[in-house]
Design a binder for this molecule. Structure first.
Ligand SMILES: Nc1ncnc2c1ncn2[C@@H]1O[C@H](COP(=O)(O)OP(=O)(O)OP(=O)(O)O)[C@@H](O)[C@H]1O
Length: 280
């Protein structure tokens, strides 16, 4: 099916964090433009401080853009007020990095998952019935509902966070480093779960990660950020196999590789690139 409009459109977005006292403001994003279609995953990759999280925060309304425009489903949400934001929370959800702090430790899993539903007006009985389906969808045991977050592993907690995010069937989920705190095997399982959910529901993901191998695994399209600007934007296979910008090449080369021979080759290539840049 062809969708005429993208689900999310970001045009020339700029964010400047205000300074304090004599500390000047900090320009975290400049001229960021992209579109995200329904059912698609856009990966945002870049080193620490490049502005990935700030893009997610601007879309969630947690920081105010200083320039540009954000359109969701045809509506301008750049400076959405609290009423419009409440309405948007039905369509835009978030999964954070840290599964140990993002779930209320004193609430049962059942209550954590029922909350977004009752906020939307579901009766408790209907919400609890849906919670059972959600646990199944994220492959948690059916008795998980009565337990507390601390009784679960990091990967399981992230499944709970994902179940909470999809409870009210949002159309976009901002995933901010959702697997970075997990070991490699668990990462792969959680990424597979996200793909499975996307295939079943058509949800779009804006997926923030500093890890190029994670981004390659999950994204259809990729944006590479460097100091608040886009240095590369294209199909995931293209960006990750033929990076055009030296910064992307270096990001790619610093991704961990199990093969020591390859590791040595990359280290050498990285050294040459840096030397070339310094000479330029
Ligand atoms: N509230 C704030 N006030 C001032 N500067 C900020 C604030 N939040 C973030 N920054 C700065 O903006 C820049 C971009 O931060 P952001 O968190 O978006 O980067 P990131 O790419 O997500 O990095 P990381 O992977 O480390 O989270 C950083 O240099 C950061 O220090």
């Amino acid at each position: 099916m062809m969708h005429r409009h993208p689900l999310l459109e970001v045009e020339h977005l700029a964010v400047e964090y205000p300074g304090r006292g004599r500390r000047p403001g900090f320009r975290a994003l400049e001229d960021i433009s992209f579109a995200l279609r329904p059912g698609e995953t856009l990966g945002l990759v870049g080193e620490s401080g490049s502005g990935k999280t700030t893009i997610g925060r601007a879309i969630l309304g947690l920081v105010k853009p200083t320039g540009g425009k954000i359109t969701f489903d045809g509506a301008d949400i750049t400076r959405a007020g609290s009423g419009q934001r409440r309405a948007l929370s039905k369509d835009i959800q978030v999964v954070f990095q840290d599964p140990y702090t993002s779930l209320n430790p004193s609430m049962s899993v059942e209550d954590i998952l029922a909350e977004p539903l009752t906020v939307q007006g579901w009766t408790r009985k209907d919400a609890l019935a849906r919670v059972r389906g959600l646990l199944d969808r994220v492959h948690l045991p059916s008795d998980a509902g009565g337990r507390l977050p601390r009784e679960f592993s990091g990967g399981q907690r992230q499944r709970i966070a994902i179940a909470r995010a999809i409870a009210i069937e949002p159309r976009l989920i901002v995933c901010d480093e959702p697997v970075s705190a997990l070991d490699l095997t668990t990462q792969a399982r959680v990424l597979d779960l996200l793909v499975e959910i996307q295939e079943a529901t058509g949800v779009s993901y804006l997926f923030v990660s500093h890890d190029l191998s994670v981004i390659r695994h999950i994204s259809h399209n990729v944006i590479v950020l460097f100091r608040g600007m886009i240095v590369e934007h294209g199909r995931a296979d293209q960006v990750t196999s033929e990076p055009g910008h030296p910064y992307t090449q270096r990001l790619f080369m610093s991704a961990p590789v199990p093969n020591p021979e390859l590791q040595r080759e990359r280290r050498e290539a990285r050294r040459q690139l840096t030397a070339k840049e310094q000479a330029a």
